[in-house]
Design a protein around this ligand. Structure first.
Ligand SMILES: Nc1nc2c(ncn2[C@@H]2O[C@H](COP(=O)(O)OP(=O)(O)OP(=O)(O)O)[C@@H](O)[C@H]2O)c(=O)[nH]1
Ligand SMILES: [Mg+2]
Length: 397
């Protein structure tokens, strides 16, 4: 099996030789791994290129790739692509080119890949991990990890902004880079790549590592711009995740309005609680005292009006959920089956609404709009849960 360790660099002339040597030293710790090093350089101007090329001439396991453009994401993504297409990598690793990452940690990380994990993250924030950067950088690391956890909803992962990772070629090929801002000039590739891996269904494991402050060379990190990108990315993820719920609530709200307005006009001639018509639209239907009964149900004006307004809102709900809210998900499975299931679940919510209107009106003598509002809320929750758990099961982000 071939492992390619991709080292993104920009002006690392003081470090790169030692990093390469230390990475190559790891090879004899594995029996069945052929280890290659690929320096993925953004056209360094300090001579990094000459150093790496010189080494690669004497050691065929060391390679140099000039990605030409600046950007850590470009270095990383183009590096891995090259490792797969030209170096026939089975397993990919990445670490910084300034000795902040201890190359010997790769041994434990690789062990986890062999155990069946798709992605192994070197974590400074889990038990046993250490971050030896200054306090403001530590604050950034912790702050962005907390922000990512909350905005992505991934509480099981501790580390988001560290570059030290090992993963399978299969995982890399599954990640949708169209949805990742990998060409950005900040280091947003680090959390966004991780998110892409999560979406691709990666089995993830973290191992503790120690992050050293660089001893030589200069930092290229732009912490403020990076923080801003982490916030933007997190909000985007949150919005994507909530989109279905937001749409569901929007359709639900409009359908509630249709329901409430119709009920008012039909039963009382009111627009909500405000008088609107001289008499109710259904004035020909008798009220509860004079209405005929079917078993224990009074077929009165309130009952008929409720049925009509609820029906109208079901039709509205159905059209919008099927063509908008769950459009993406609803492509799965046969349309007929979905249609039948949708109709079945559409029953639950109006039944709850009807029961709620009648219950609060008859038992507590409350205005039917109150019963309807309570019924709509309970029904909405019920419908959303059933829709997600039963009809459109597949997780989407
Ligand atoms: N290919 C490529 N690599 C980059 C670029 N910018 C930074 N790097 C590399 O990415 C790694 C991390 O960059 P650093 O400057 O060390 O960033 P940091 O680790 O957050 O900050 P310090 O360790 O404090 O310097 C190093 O190997 C850099 O050489 C870039 O534009 N292109
Ligand atoms: Mg560094």
């Amino acid at each position: 099996m071939r492992l390619v360790v991709v080292i993104p660099t920009f002006n690392e002339k003081d470090n790169i030789k030692e990093v390469i040597r230390k990475v190559l030293d790891q090879e004899n710790k594995f029996q069945d791994i052929e280890l290659h090093v690929l320096v993925s350089d953004s056209h360094s101007s300090d001579g990094t290129v000459h150093i790496v090329k010189r080494i690669s001439q004497v050691n065929k396991k060391v390679h140099y790739l000039d990605v030409k453009e600046r950007g850590l994401g470009i270095g990383i993504v183009e590096g891995h692509r090259f490792a797969i297409s030209h170096l026939k990598a089975d397993i990919l690793a990445q670490m910084d080119g300034d000795l902040s990452h201890d190359p010997s940690s790769i041994v434990e990380m690789l062990k986890q890949i062999k155990k069946g994990y798709d992605l192994v993250i070197g974590s400074r924030l889990m038990k046993g991990g250490k971050n030896l950067l200054g306090w403001h950088r530590r604050l950034f690391t912790r702050g962005s990890a907390l922000f990512c956890k909350i905005s992505w909803g991934t509480f099981g992962i501790s580390e988001y902004t560290n570059s030290y990772r090992v993963f399978t070629k299969e995982l890399f090929e599954k990640i949708d880079f169209k949805k990742i801002p990998w060409k950005s000039k900040t280091y947003i590739i680090q959390p966004s790549f991780l998110y892409g891996a999560i979406v691709a269904g990666a089995k993830i494991k973290e191992v503790p590592i120690t992050f050293q402050d660089r001893k030589k060379g200069y930092s290229k990190a732009q912490i403020i711009a990076y923080t801003w990108d982490v916030i933007k990315f997190g909000l985007k993820v949150r919005f994507q995740k909530s989109k279905t719920l937001i749409k569901f609530l929007m359709v639900g709200s409009v359908s509630y309005l249709i329901n409430a307005i119709l009920l008012g006009i039909l039963n009382r001639g009111d627009l909500f609680f405000i008088p609107f018509l001289d008499r109710p639209l259904l004035s020909i239907v008798p009220t509860v005292d004079l209405a005929p009964r079917l078993l224990f149900i009074h077929l009165d004006r309130l009952f008929i009006s409720s049925i009509i307004s609820i029906q109208a809102s079901i039709i509205f709900n159905f059209i919008f959920h099927d063509n908008w809210t769950f459009k993406y998900r609803s492509r799965e499975g046969s349309k007929m089956k979905r249609f039948l299931k949708f109709n079945l679940t559409s029953f639950g919510s109006p039944l709850i609404q009807l029961a709620s209107i009648l219950f609060f009106a008859r038992v507590f003598n409350l205005h039917e709009q109150i019963g309807l509002a309570i019924g709509v809320l309970i029904g909405l929750f019920f419908n959303y849960t059933v829709n997600l758990l039963w009809i459109w099961k597949s997780p989407q982000t």
